[in-house]
Design a protein around this ligand. Structure first.
Ligand code: COA
Length: 130
Protein backbone atom coordinates (compact mmCIF):
# COMPACT_ATOMS: atom_id res chain seq x y z
CA UNK A 1 0.00 0.00 0.00
CA UNK A 2 1.25 3.47 -0.83
CA UNK A 3 0.73 6.34 1.57
CA UNK A 4 -0.41 9.63 0.07
CA UNK A 5 1.13 11.76 2.83
CA UNK A 6 3.89 9.67 4.44
CA UNK A 7 4.88 12.50 6.78
CA UNK A 8 1.36 12.71 8.19
CA UNK A 9 -0.32 15.97 9.15
CA UNK A 10 1.57 19.14 8.27
CA UNK A 11 2.61 21.67 10.91
CA UNK A 12 -0.45 23.67 11.90
CA UNK A 13 -2.96 21.13 10.55
CA UNK A 14 -5.88 20.89 12.94
CA UNK A 15 -7.42 17.44 13.51
CA UNK A 16 -10.41 16.76 11.29
CA UNK A 17 -13.80 16.95 12.98
CA UNK A 18 -16.86 14.85 12.12
CA UNK A 19 -18.39 17.61 9.99
CA UNK A 20 -15.52 17.48 7.46
CA UNK A 21 -15.93 15.70 4.11
CA UNK A 22 -13.27 13.56 2.52
CA UNK A 23 -13.20 12.85 -1.21
CA UNK A 24 -11.27 9.99 -2.79
CA UNK A 25 -10.37 9.46 -6.43
CA UNK A 26 -10.56 5.76 -7.34
CA UNK A 27 -8.95 3.90 -10.22
CA UNK A 28 -9.64 0.18 -10.51
CA UNK A 29 -10.84 0.18 -6.93
CA UNK A 30 -7.66 1.74 -5.58
CA UNK A 31 -7.56 5.13 -3.90
CA UNK A 32 -5.16 7.21 -6.00
CA UNK A 33 -5.96 10.67 -4.67
CA UNK A 34 -7.83 12.49 -1.95
CA UNK A 35 -8.76 15.85 -0.53
CA UNK A 36 -10.80 17.20 2.38
CA UNK A 37 -13.07 20.15 3.04
CA UNK A 38 -15.07 21.39 5.96
CA UNK A 39 -16.21 24.33 8.05
CA UNK A 40 -13.34 26.58 9.13
CA UNK A 41 -13.27 30.35 9.37
CA UNK A 42 -11.09 32.21 6.87
CA UNK A 43 -8.06 33.24 8.96
CA UNK A 44 -7.08 36.46 7.18
CA UNK A 45 -9.91 38.97 7.39
CA UNK A 46 -7.26 41.63 6.86
CA UNK A 47 -6.75 40.38 3.29
CA UNK A 48 -10.31 39.58 2.13
CA UNK A 49 -13.85 39.03 3.40
CA UNK A 50 -15.14 35.96 1.54
CA UNK A 51 -18.83 35.09 2.02
CA UNK A 52 -19.98 32.77 4.80
CA UNK A 53 -20.27 29.94 5.50
CA UNK A 54 -16.51 29.66 5.00
CA UNK A 55 -15.02 26.20 4.46
CA UNK A 56 -11.40 25.18 4.18
CA UNK A 57 -10.13 22.90 1.39
CA UNK A 58 -6.99 20.97 2.30
CA UNK A 59 -4.86 17.84 2.03
CA UNK A 60 -5.04 17.52 -1.75
CA UNK A 61 -2.72 14.74 -2.91
CA UNK A 62 -2.50 12.30 -5.84
CA UNK A 63 -0.17 9.33 -6.03
CA UNK A 64 2.76 10.23 -8.31
CA UNK A 65 2.04 7.45 -10.81
CA UNK A 66 -1.50 8.70 -11.32
CA UNK A 67 -0.93 12.45 -11.60
CA UNK A 68 -2.25 14.30 -14.62
CA UNK A 69 -5.83 15.56 -14.36
CA UNK A 70 -6.78 13.80 -11.13
CA UNK A 71 -5.85 16.73 -8.89
CA UNK A 72 -8.02 19.10 -10.93
CA UNK A 73 -10.88 16.59 -10.86
CA UNK A 74 -10.70 16.47 -7.05
CA UNK A 75 -10.74 20.28 -6.79
CA UNK A 76 -13.73 20.40 -9.15
CA UNK A 77 -15.55 17.71 -7.14
CA UNK A 78 -14.91 19.62 -3.91
CA UNK A 79 -16.28 22.80 -5.47
CA UNK A 80 -19.37 20.90 -6.58
CA UNK A 81 -19.89 19.46 -3.11
CA UNK A 82 -19.46 22.91 -1.55
CA UNK A 83 -22.08 24.28 -3.93
CA UNK A 84 -24.51 21.50 -3.00
CA UNK A 85 -23.90 22.19 0.71
CA UNK A 86 -24.67 25.90 0.41
CA UNK A 87 -21.11 26.98 1.23
CA UNK A 88 -20.35 30.66 0.61
CA UNK A 89 -16.63 30.33 -0.06
CA UNK A 90 -13.77 27.85 0.05
CA UNK A 91 -10.26 28.82 1.11
CA UNK A 92 -6.95 26.98 1.09
CA UNK A 93 -3.25 27.42 1.66
CA UNK A 94 -1.76 26.43 -1.68
CA UNK A 95 1.79 25.52 -2.51
CA UNK A 96 3.11 28.05 -4.99
CA UNK A 97 3.83 25.14 -7.39
CA UNK A 98 0.10 24.31 -7.39
CA UNK A 99 -1.32 27.81 -7.90
CA UNK A 100 -2.00 27.30 -11.61
CA UNK A 101 -4.22 24.31 -10.80
CA UNK A 102 -6.42 26.49 -8.59
CA UNK A 103 -6.38 29.54 -10.86
CA UNK A 104 -7.65 27.44 -13.79
CA UNK A 105 -10.75 26.76 -11.68
CA UNK A 106 -11.44 30.39 -10.77
CA UNK A 107 -9.74 30.42 -7.37
CA UNK A 108 -8.28 33.82 -6.49
CA UNK A 109 -4.77 34.16 -5.12
CA UNK A 110 -4.85 36.45 -2.07
CA UNK A 111 -1.99 38.23 -0.30
CA UNK A 112 1.75 37.76 -0.34
CA UNK A 113 3.77 34.55 -0.46
CA UNK A 114 4.69 33.03 2.93
CA UNK A 115 6.63 30.01 4.08
CA UNK A 116 4.94 26.96 5.63
CA UNK A 117 7.68 25.45 7.83
CA UNK A 118 8.94 22.17 6.43
CA UNK A 119 6.82 22.44 3.28
CA UNK A 120 7.84 25.60 1.43
CA UNK A 121 6.34 28.69 -0.18
CA UNK A 122 2.56 29.08 -0.03
CA UNK A 123 -0.17 31.57 -0.84
CA UNK A 124 -3.77 31.80 0.29
CA UNK A 125 -6.41 31.03 -2.34
CA UNK A 126 -10.16 31.62 -2.22
CA UNK A 127 -12.97 30.25 -4.39
CA UNK A 128 -16.25 32.14 -4.24
CA UNK A 129 -19.11 29.66 -4.37
CA UNK A 130 -21.99 32.16 -4.32
C1 COA B 1 -0.78 18.91 -6.68
C2 COA B 1 -1.22 17.52 -7.20
C3 COA B 1 -2.41 17.04 -6.40
C4 COA B 1 -1.65 17.68 -8.66
O1 COA B 1 -2.14 16.41 -9.14
P1 COA B 1 -2.35 16.17 -10.72
O2 COA B 1 -3.25 15.00 -10.92
O3 COA B 1 -1.04 16.15 -11.41
O4 COA B 1 -3.13 17.54 -11.11
P2 COA B 1 -3.52 18.15 -12.50
O5 COA B 1 -2.88 17.40 -13.64
O6 COA B 1 -4.99 18.30 -12.52
O7 COA B 1 -2.88 19.59 -12.39
C5 COA B 1 -1.51 19.81 -12.63
C6 COA B 1 -1.09 20.95 -11.75
O8 COA B 1 -0.59 20.46 -10.51
C7 COA B 1 0.34 21.42 -9.98
N1 COA B 1 1.60 20.77 -9.72
C8 COA B 1 2.43 20.15 -10.56
N2 COA B 1 3.51 19.68 -9.91
C9 COA B 1 3.35 20.00 -8.61
C10 COA B 1 4.13 19.78 -7.43
N3 COA B 1 5.30 19.13 -7.45
N4 COA B 1 3.67 20.24 -6.27
C11 COA B 1 2.50 20.88 -6.19
N5 COA B 1 1.71 21.13 -7.30
C12 COA B 1 2.15 20.68 -8.48
C13 COA B 1 0.49 22.52 -11.05
O9 COA B 1 -0.43 23.56 -10.72
C14 COA B 1 0.02 21.81 -12.30
O10 COA B 1 -0.47 22.69 -13.24
P3 COA B 1 0.48 23.07 -14.48
O11 COA B 1 0.55 21.84 -15.31
O12 COA B 1 -0.21 24.20 -15.13
O13 COA B 1 1.81 23.44 -13.92
C15 COA B 1 -0.04 16.51 -7.12
O14 COA B 1 1.08 17.05 -7.82
C16 COA B 1 0.39 16.17 -5.70
O15 COA B 1 -0.21 15.31 -5.04
N6 COA B 1 1.45 16.86 -5.21
C17 COA B 1 1.95 16.61 -3.85
C18 COA B 1 1.01 17.22 -2.79
C19 COA B 1 0.68 18.68 -3.08
O16 COA B 1 1.52 19.46 -3.52
N7 COA B 1 -0.60 19.03 -2.87
C20 COA B 1 -1.11 20.37 -3.17
C21 COA B 1 -1.08 21.21 -2.00
S1 COA B 1 -1.73 22.84 -2.40
Amino acid sequence: MQVLRPRGPLPGDRPFTADWRHLAALRNGEVIGACSLGPAPWPRADLAQPPSPQWQFRSLAVLPAHRGGVGSALVAAATGLATDEGVGSLWATARVAALSLYERQRWQVVGPEWDKPGVGPHKYVIRLIR
